[in-house]
Design a protein around this ligand. Structure first.
Ligand code: PMP
Length: 394
């Protein structure tokens, strides 16, 4: 029974003992091996990285470096540079600020985007860059005709999410990557919601930049990743740790991730992130995806059968992840979330940092959002559904 395997790992997450945690799209829980790796750093070898020769710094440097290797492997990156960041937001800003823009440059993005994959591009408008926003169809899928049309004129970069943090739809990044390659357009993928929930491979996709958050895949908070195919971004910051040599005449930057990680990094966080991807890999991303898909189907079917509930989800199970938005007629989303919290069920409510999408969907109060991780169970989904029914009928 595949479900039993996922039940067995719950002892790695003591935090799940008291609540039903269904806010995984905001941040997910760290398994014990991740927490232990962070504590081990504090207890046994806390020191700086890339500096000095003593034993602590040697261990820390080796493990911190190795964590980058593990993350690169996790996303199938055989080339390019894998940089540790604070989060997805920082990764996207590093690209927006690290490319050189010319007035008239066009960027294509979509209405599905999180503010973190919209505002860094909008801020370039003051440099004369223009932004085109592709819409969605009534079934919530991207309007690919509009997309293709937008690429008929010269475009510098496409920035798109691989999975929506509101509607849960998976976007056709493979097809978009092919279009971008044909036209010589740079492609940035926001994988904040995709990387934790499905097998991903930057080689197969063929993108230029791949951004995601460590804290949404069981890694420590304050961790994220920017993978870039070619290390030709201008670093957002310079300083200690980024240089090979500094003389009066010149500064030679290190040709690795170090050039993009100025100053002392989040060392225990980075090491913890390496453990988190190992942990997921051991379970198997395909198994995780399948388990979450089963739970999502159960959740959407259950929600759709409740009176007064409106579900905003793509119909095809193959194109969705375990992020499900809904509203209840006559109840504010925050009230629903508060009432669920009274029953120890934790979900998100509001705009989910996607206000343009909420306007497009005409949802002025936002939605309630349930988001699933691999450690959630059928029983939790059923209890959530039963509790929601009870709240609605009161
Ligand atoms: N993009 C998407 C699709 C997200 O869901 C999120 C987090 N909600 C972000 C970007 C931003 O992630 P972070 O807060 O870790 O920077």
């Amino acid at each position: 029974e595949p479900d039993d395997m996922f039940r067995a790992i719950r002892h790695d997450y003591p935090i799940l003992g008291d609540v039903i945690y269904l806010d995984n799209a905001a941040t997910s829980c760290s398994p014990e091996p991740v927490v232990e790796a962070m504590v081990e750093f504090e207890h046994r070898y806390r020191s700086n990285v890339g500096r000095g020769v003593h034993r602590f710094t040697r261990i820390a440097t080796q493990r911190y470096w190795h964590a980058h290797e593990k993350v690169a492997e996790f996303i199938g990156a055989e080339e390019g540079v894998t940089v540790f960041t604070k989060n997805t937001t920082e990764a996207i800003n590093m690209v927006a600020q690290g490319l050189t823009w010319t007035p008239g440059d066009r960027i294509v993005t979509t209405i599905l985007e999180h503010h973190s994959n919209l505002l860094p591009w909008r801020s370039l408008e003051k440099q004369g860059v223009t932004l085109e926003i592709i819409g969605i169809l009534p079934d919530y899928s991207l309007d690919m005709d509009e997309f293709r049309k937008a690429l008929e004129k010269p475009v510098r970069l496409v920035a798109i999410t691989q999975a929506s943090n509101v509607l849960g739809n998976i976007t056709p990044v493979q097809e978009i990557a092919t279009l971008c390659r044909e036209k010589g357009v740079l492609l940035l993928i926001d994988a904040a919601q995709a990387a934790p929930h499905m097998p991903v491979d930057v080689r197969t996709i063929g993108c230029d930049f791949y951004c995601f958050s460590g804290h949404k895949l069981g890694g420590p908070t304050g961790t994220g990743v920017l993978w870039m195919k070619k290390p030709n971004l201008i670093p957002l910051m310079e300083g200690g740790g980024t240089v090979e040599s500094v003389t009066d005449e010149e500064v030679v930057l290190i040709q690795g991730y170090e050039q993009y990680e100025a100053g002392t990094p989040n060392i225990s966080g980075g090491i913890g992130l390496g453990v988190a991807v190992d942990y997921l890999k051991k379970i198997g991303m395909d198994k995780i995806h399948e388990h979450e898909e089963n739970l999502t189907n159960r959740l959407i079917d259950g929600l759709s059968a409740i009176e007064r509930v409106r579900v905003y989800a793509p119909a095809n199970p193959e194109t969705r992840i375990g992020v499900v938005s809904f509203t209840i007629d006559g109840m504010h989303p925050h009230e629903v979330a508060q009432r669920l919290d009274d029953h120890d069920i934790l979900v998100r409510s509001g705009f989910h940092c996607c206000q343009p999408l909420m306007s497009a969907l005409n949802l002025p109060e936002g939605t309630v959002r349930v988001s699933i991780a691999h450690y959630n169970t059928r029983e939790e989904i059923d209890l959530f559904l039963a509790t929601l029914k009870e709240i609605i009928s009161q």
